[in-house]
Ligand binder design. Structure first.
Ligand SMILES: NC(=O)c1ccc[n+]([C@@H]2O[C@H](COP(=O)([O-])OP(=O)(O)OC[C@H]3O[C@@H](n4cnc5c(N)ncnc54)[C@H](OP(=O)(O)O)[C@@H]3O)[C@@H](O)[C@H]2O)c1
Length: 253
């Protein structure tokens, strides 16, 4: 499906990014993954195989992002698919949120997505596909999630605006909107809501959350990867600026 295509995934060392790297590679793409944690990148490479390019990059650093894009250009010649996936999540109740916590979400989720696209776009080939990662939170009013939800609403907006801006280059921009997906990010969310949460308490917290999802369970990273593959491929050639919701009915029913 993706033979002769090249793909770059930020946050490709874990969770949704890692599952997507595997699926795109299994479908014929040459894949590069980027992240901050060098050990996590090495572990991902051991899973994905040595033909996967691993790049150390923090999406908060514009210089680092320029370097990442230059390495992709050097190794791959150009880029067809970019999954701007890197992100963080934690709870920010109105009364207690610090400016540092607020900025932390915006710097990675919003500015990180924007400036990673800015860095990568010049090395993308005409007809390419950019996929953003939003969240179910951009559609609902979940208490204690104002900053996180606003960050993902901004990313939802980028899918529309940047799709319009990149139209002359025939680069499509769309988004996936995951519901609650079983990845390491959820531990951080649990800890931010209940500091010191034990493993047992975390499991109970997840079980309670699953009870609120119409389909009755959390989603898997692979279920999001399937949607990214669709948006990356020509099967979605008529889709621009849209968002695929993959949430077990959480925000819909
Ligand atoms: N899991 C869910 O329930 C859920 C729901 C909705 C949306 N999402 C979105 O899905 C995306 C992926 O999350 P995940 O669930 O797969 O969580 P994850 O397993 O924790 O993966 C997050 C990835 O983002 C990378 N990352 C974080 N900050 C970064 C930075 N400053 N620079 C570069 N990379 C950075 C991490 O790499 P390092 O460790 O190297 O920093 C890691 O590879 C996020 O944007 C998240 O908001 C997840």
């Amino acid at each position: 499906m993706l033979n002769n295509k090249t793909a770059l995934i930020t946050g490709g060392s874990s969770g949704i990014g890692l599952a997507t790297a595997k699926l795109l590679r299994d479908n014929g793409a040459r894949v590069a993954i980027a992240g901050r944690d060098v050990a996590a990148l090495s572990r991902a490479r051991a899973i994905l195989g040595n033909d996967v390019l691993t790049l150390e990059a923090d999406v908060r650093s514009r210089e680092g992002l320029q370097h990442m894009a230059a390495q992709v250009k050097k190794e791959f010649g150009g880029l067809d698919i970019f999954f701007a996936n890197a992100g963080v999540a934690y709870t920010t109740p109105l009364a207690t949120t610090t400016e540092e916590q607020f900025d932390g979400l915006m710097d990675i989720n919003v500015k990180g997505a924007f400036f990673s696209i800015q860095a990568v776009e010049p090395v993308m080939r005409e007809g390419g596909s950019i996929i953003l990662n939003t969240a179910w939170l951009n559609q609902v009013g979940a208490s204690g999630r104002a900053a996180l939800s606003a960050s993902k609403a901004a990313v939802r907006s980028f899918a529309r605006t940047l799709s319009a801006e990149l139209l002359p280059r025939r680069i499509r921009v769309n988004a996936v909107s995951p519901g609650l997906i079983s990845t390491p990010i959820l531990r951080g969310v649990g800890q931010s809501e209940h500091p010191g949460q034990t493993e047992e308490q975390f499991r109970a917290y997840i079980q309670t959350a699953a009870g609120h999802i119409p389909i009755g369970r959390l989603g898997s990273a692979e279920e999001i990867a399937g949607a990214v593959l669709f948006l990356a491929s020509d099967a979605s050639s008529y889709m621009l600026g849209s968002e695929l919701v993959i949430d077990g009915g959480f925000g819909q029913l």
